[in-house]
Design a protein around this ligand. Structure first.
Ligand code: ZN
Length: 263
């Protein structure tokens, strides 16, 4: 991949990140993601295009609204930066192919779901349900290849994955008496199963449980966070799925003592 292309993909990724910011803020409020143009949440001034350039505007404006001087959250440029890096790394790894583009789109959905879940403790159906359908559709489209699932593995992923996590949550609830798993988590797992196949799910769920426990315990210890508050699980599912995407065959292969290709 040439440097020109790399920089172009970074720019395109940052612009997509800007759009994901809109989705992250408006979808939980059930607002249109197309109109109206972005406004300052403080003074409701419409943001001019030159104050809405991904990452750069935040730096130039020194993290403050031009009109009311209210601070602008660093989460905005952070989402843009993460989206840009995800775009480049995914297309670099899986190529400028239908599979690479599809996996980049999956990454965008996961970034959006992660940020919404952190903030609102929900994983909106308007993302996960079409996500399941699109994932299954991709399995039968010509030109798609592993690590996207075959249609058999995708279908098993949706049913066994969604059902398996539901069961996991049910057992967790029986043991701890707390609701451990929302239906949103079940639908997100089904979505990951549709895209990446059932083979992705054991490592993804196990990885998410480990990451979630470490982060959750750290959070309670460091910030004195109330332990009765819910801990979102979606972000850890998303993160673990992304880890699987890059390391899955290596981890399974190490476990089985031989090298593996994608399933
Ligand atoms: Zn303002």
């Amino acid at each position: 991949m040439s440097w020109d292309l790399l920089i172009l993909l970074l720019l395109i990724g940052a612009i997509w990140g800007s759009f994901l910011n809109v989705c992250i803020h408006r979808i939980p409020l059930e607002e249109s993601i197309v109109r109206p143009r972005s406004r300052c949440p403080g003074c409701r001034h419409t943001i001019a295009w030159h104050d809405n350039i991904p990452i750069l505007s935040w730096l130039i404006l020194r993290a403050r609204c031009r009109h009311c001087q209210q601070p602008i959250s660093p989460v905005y440029p952070l989402v843009e930066l993460i989206t840009a890096l995800l775009t480049v790394s995914t297309l670099y790894r899986f190529g400028l192919t239908p599979t690479g583009v599809a996996l980049t789109a999956l990454g965008y959905a996961l970034i959006t779901l992660t940020m919404i879940d952190f903030h609102h403790y929900i994983l909106p159906d308007v993302i996960t349900l079409p996500g399941i359908a699109i994932g299954l559709l991709l399995t039968v489209l010509p030109g798609t290849a592993p690590p996207l699932a075959s249609w058999q593995n995708g279908l098993i992923g949706v049913t066994a994955g969604g059902g398996g996590l539901w069961l996991f949550g049910w057992i967790f609830q029986k043991i701890t008496g707390k609701e451990g798993m929302g239906l949103g988590d079940v639908k997100l797992t089904a979505m990951l199963g549709a895209w990446l196949g059932w083979q992705a799910l054991p490592l993804t769920i196990f990885g998410a449980a480990v990451i979630g426990s470490v982060v959750g315990i750290g959070w309670i210890l460091l910030s004195g966070r109330d332990r009765s508050l819910p801990i979102p699980f979606g972000p850890y599912l998303a993160l673990a799925a992304w880890g699987y995407l890059h390391l899955g065959p290596a981890i399974y292969g190490w476990y089985l003592g031989r090298s593996l290709a994608w399933f």
